[in-house]
Design a protein around this ligand. Sequence first.
Ligand SMILES: Cc1cc2nc3c(=O)[nH]c(=O)nc-3n(C[C@H](O)[C@H](O)[C@H](O)COP(=O)(O)OP(=O)(O)OC[C@H]3O[C@@H](n4cnc5c(N)ncnc54)[C@H](O)[C@@H]3O)c2cc1C
Length: 405
Amino acid sequence: MSGRNTDVAIVGGGLAGGLIALALRQRCPDLPITLIEQGDTLGGNHRWSWFESDLGDQGRELLVPFRCKGWNAGYDVLFPEHTRTLGSSYRSLVSDDFHAALMLELGPQSVMLGASAQDLEAGRVSLSDGSEITARAVIDCRPFVPSAELEGGWQIFLGRHIRLDRPHGLTRPTIMDASVTQHAPYGNGDAYRFVYVLPLADDEVFIEDTYYADEPRLDKTMLASRIDAYQHAKGWTGQIVGEETGILPVITGGDFDAFRRGLEIDGVAMAGARGGFTHPLTSYTVPIAVENALAIGEAWANNSQMDGPSLAKFCRKRSRQHWRRTGFYRLLGRMLFGAAEPSRRVNIFQRFYRLPEGLIERFYSAHSTRFDRFRILCGKPPVSIPRAIRALANSGAPLSSEKLQ
Ligand SMILES: Cc1cc2nc3c(=O)[nH]c(=O)nc-3n(C[C@H](O)[C@H](O)[C@H](O)COP(=O)(O)OP(=O)(O)OC[C@H]3O[C@@H](n4cnc5c(N)ncnc54)[C@H](O)[C@@H]3O)c2cc1C
């Protein structure tokens, strides 16, 4: 049987796997690592964005090799009764640039593309072509798997990169334009809806239509027609040059240990969205994936005895800590899905965006303080109190894979 030997085998060259590989390369330059990705490129088809304030100095340092788009003139949010410009800088990275930078930083000898892992076990990865990789440690960074052990709803979106016929005149991103219609033009109970606009160049925009819904149903035709209508209302015409879709879990509760047990392989570390490293309410992972990659790099650099089982234990402990410290966001998710009529969910966000900017920044990076939590929950609730009490008592619907379409 053909194969290779490495120190760390990372299965899944998406955001989490790529960042862990990069952090290990930066902290332990001589460590043999192998990043195993089933696709032809690293990172799939994504545009990942984040606030500059989501990351600490070390996190920003880790991302230096990537060519990112950046906006330093703040960003806008729009609601039916409230608009605001906030000051945080915003960053965005596309998969092509993620791939290019990682190939340079890691070197082609450390990356296996078009390599599908079939079987993972402590110290070994078997590929679908019959070859094997033996390793001191294996890290499973394959995608998130929906599970009936978790509860919640879904964030669904279509994003389009459009080259316009004329300059758009925008100077900063619109992170949430929720002044758009909240009612579904079709009857599947869709919910809080907003449009997200990134001015990528003077004559290029990225427009994403997103909604928080009870069911994971992505109606691409409907989302495309909404983007067309938004574009039309802005007077923008042009060519679509790229497109991405997503159905991301919004986790409001569940049995985290049971979820992990369903996926965990003895002696294999699990990271990324699969390992539970997500923001439960925004479904975003960039800040959390960066923190985790740095922590794994640090742990490996500082412990010469580190192997698969100890790294698995390290990641399990971090994921449990992450679950515990993000309980507040799951509670907010329960309010969003359980306490507000779908068409009135916008009121929750509208109220949130009246709060101080530092609190909003900490919310997105999943580092809200006790006082932030108090500020978010206190005051006149934007939902009915009996419904809120019922919502808090129930976690939500199972996030099972059978529902995914
Ligand atoms: C379209 C889209 C846009 C998003 N935008 C943002 C954003 O702006 N900001 C943000 O913070 N979050 C965003 N997210 C959410 C989240 O950050 C991403 O889903 C992120 O990519 C999750 O990273 P991951 O590494 O855990 O999983 P993935 O990125 O899904 O990576 C898993 C990788 O494993 C590979 N793989 C699967 N099976 C195998 C196998 N058997 N063998 C080898 N490789 C395998 C896959 O091909 C994939 O490359 C977005 C999600 C989507 C879908």
